[in-house]
Write a protein that binds this ligand. Structure first.
Ligand code: MG
Length: 264
């Protein structure tokens, strides 16, 4: 799922994916906070879809027996994910009673009754040699197997190696780099589609915002939860704002002068 080229109504100009909501709201680990849902749960993804967020972000890791699961931390219920099998993890449920979601279950849930929320797939790097490439390969193979491409708005990672592999597998895949170390020009040169940097990186390097726009790179920022910070990034015309408070961000957009326009 990606962006309709503005100034055009032709469906042929919709990139390889479906229609994405025209707002900058990316729910960080799903829309969990206001509803007191577990982060990265299928319930939080469903809520982000119900809110009409442009994107719902989630974190992917891989178990010792190579099952891709959705969880933020390296460990789940005290078990280091990389060192345990899926069946060991699956003995423990999330706080809302859901079982720990596999990526397959998560993608299938995201493909169901989802008119316009893109899936923002963060692949967490591993310290084990070879594992980053294997994870990227396995994620892309699963997306292909499920025919989920049109729902995948962005692949994001702190690992350049992971993004590089994704682009190698599918040059049409949209990617955003999370580690604030690369300039817009370096990202452009690498074929990465955008910057998804911590808020302080943009505050320290505001010129990167302008340069990213000049290079037609997507601008995304994490994790913006306060009204005044939301306003700052809305004012700069960010394509996306990643937040734990999607409801609040929708309010800021609605009640402010920062209505997103189609100007490019
Ligand atoms: Mg994440």
């Amino acid at each position: 799922m990606s962006v309709i080229i503005f100034n055009s109504c032709k469906s042929t100009q919709v990139e390889s994916s479906g229609v994405i909501a025209k707002n900058p709201v990316i729910a960080h680990r799903g829309a969990w906070k206001a509803e007191n849902l577990p982060q990265n749960s299928i319930a939080s993804l469903k809520h982000a879809i119900a809110l009409g967020c442009a994107g719902s972000e989630f974190d992917v890791r891989m178990t010792a027996d190579h099952v891709l699961v959705v969880n933020h931390d390296p460990d789940y219920k005290g078990l280091v994910i990389e060192d345990h099998t899926f069946s060991e993890l699956a003995k423990h449920n999330l706080s809302n009673g859901e079982s720990v979601p596999t990526l397959k279950e998560y993608l299938l849930a995201g493909m169901e009754n989802n008119p316009n929320t893109g899936l923002v797939c963060e692949i967490k790097p591993s310290k084990t040699k070879g594992r980053n490439v294997l994870m990227a390969e396995n994620v892309m193979a699963l997306v292909g197997e499920l025919k989920a491409e049109r729902y995948m708005s962005y692949y994001i990672s702190f690992s350049y190696e992971i993004l590089e592999k994704i682009i190698e597998i599918n040059p049409y895949a949209k990617t955003q780099f999370l580690d604030g170390s690369m300039s817009p020009e370096a990202l452009k040169k690498s074929g990465i589609s955008g910057l998804d940097y911590a808020a302080n990186v943009f505050r320290k390097n505001p010129e990167w915002i302008k340069r990213a726009k000049e290079h037609h790179l997507k601008l995304n920022v994490w994790t913006v939860n306060k009204e005044k910070d939301m306003d700052w990034f809305l004012n700069y015309g960010f394509d996306y704002i990643t937040t734990d408070e999607p409801e609040l961000l929708f309010e800021r957009i609605k009640n402010s002068k920062f209505e997103k326009t189609d100007k490019k």
